[in-house]
Design a protein around this ligand. Sequence first.
Ligand SMILES: [Fe+2]
Length: 297
Amino acid sequence: MDRRIAKGVNQGVAPVTYGTGDRPPRGDYSRAGADYTCEQDWAAYTDADHDTYRRLYARQLQQLPGRACDEFIAAVQQLGTPDRIPRFDEVSVRLQRATGWRIVGVPGLIPEEAFFALLAARRFPVTDWIRKPEEFDYVVEPDVFHDLFGHVPLLFDPTFADYMQAYGTGGLKASRLDACELLARLYWYTVEFGLIDTGQGLRAYGAGILSSAGELPYSVAAPEPRRVAFDLQRLMRSRYRIDTYQATYFVIDSFRQLFDATAPDFTPVYASVRETISREGEIEAGVVLPGERQFRI
Ligand SMILES: [Fe+2]
């Protein structure tokens, strides 16, 4: 790996990222600054781009009741009109007022260290390009619809907003401890694919679920996947799949639980997880351990 890129300083070329396959990341990195952020070129969106966003938004919005958590549903309108791709600056004004976060444009996937640094500064990177019409149902890399519709509404929730910042701070530390792979599992199973147990049943709060037309109903209602209670060390032992719906979801009771469980220094946690993995191995997606609490639907 190119060390300059590993340090997270943009050199005008696509970064080496992790878990994304052999293809170079999509996006024009020559547009981005040293911290990988770029101006959203709003004028460059075509009518077809806005139409893709409008159709994705409409399809997903009607699926939210009974499947997405209340905090997400309450905040999704803060994205502004569903008829066209929002201007990041306008969303940021509302977001900053609510929780002190801002969103910033990026050309696509960015290196972990640059990503962590932005989160630690309460800035959420949003890819500014949108998928092509032929990618309507599935796009390999996150686009503006995933990043904005999936991630930004929960940044309006004060507790979740604090969790995201703490994750960024923890990420910078994990980089020094060579523990990014373990920490990435926390992001994957919470921020991207987390479920929350509510008085009305299980609801999705993960952006990977909330921006997917197929996985949203699957995650909360299909009989196939395992749904196990959130446990930090168990989660960090758990492998995940990037090319199918998840075989395992982790279920939290509240965002406060998530924040509290992840607030302490992870240095001893990483040591303990590594020790357990060396003794008992990692846990494959879809595997439930004896005696483990599962949520039934
Ligand atoms: Fe995401």
